[in-house]
Design a binder for this molecule. Structure first.
Ligand SMILES: Cc1cc2nc3c(=O)[nH]c(=O)nc-3n(C[C@H](O)[C@H](O)[C@H](O)COP(=O)(O)O)c2cc1C
Length: 156
């Protein structure tokens, strides 16, 4: 039987479908992002607005997880989360973060480095109000990143 590690070592994908050169790159990185995001949506990429958010804790240990982009403009990239989660606490202590989008279908990634800022409560509330009822209840009931005593507690 071929070992999984060997299969992984031999995985190859020729990234030849798209190129990036200085002539085609836009001067404004936000415009470039907008164009690539539009392309990802058009190409029906799986979860085109999914992005990896990296944070750093007090000991300098980085951590990363996927969150969903909900808005963007030249002022920043917006996502919503629980302030009491691991990432919430890490960002409160260290505002330096980075984001990474990877669109397999386009053979492209985007890396964004910056600092986090809380949106005004009004903006969070207005997003919350647009969410389906089940998602609202889920967000309200969720103790993100916390350990549950049992599956039953979680279901309850
Ligand atoms: C596709 C996908 C989208 C997600 N979107 C969000 C999101 O928008 N906000 C969020 O807080 N967590 C989101 N999560 C869950 C996070 O990845 C993570 O598990 C959770 O927020 C707890 O992270 P933390 O313990 O590092 O704080 C998403 C997970 C996946 C797989």
């Amino acid at each position: 039987m071929v070992k999984l590690q060997e299969i992984i070592r031999n995985l190859r994908n020729d990234f030849t479908s798209y190129t990036l050169d200085e002539k085609s790159a836009l001067k404004n990185p936000y415009k470039q992002f907008e164009s690539w995001m539009a392309h990802a949506i058009e190409a029906q990429a799986e979860e085109p607005n999914a992005m990896t958010l990296a944070t750093v804790n007090k000991k300098g240990q980085p951590d990363a997880r996927v969150v969903l982009l909900r808005d963007f403009d030249s002022k920043g990239f917006t996502f919503f989360t629980n302030y009491q989660s691991h990432k919430g606490k890490e960002m409160a202590a260290n505002s330096k973060v980075c984001l990474n989008f990877f669109w397999t279908e386009l053979q492209r990634q985007v890396r964004i480095l910056g600092v986090i800022e809380k949106l005004p409560a009004k903006a969070s509330d207005s997003y919350f109000n647009t969410r389906p009822r089940e998602s609202q209840i889920g967000a309200w009931a969720s103790h993100q990143s916390e350990v549950f005593a049992s599956r039953e507690t979680l279901e309850a």
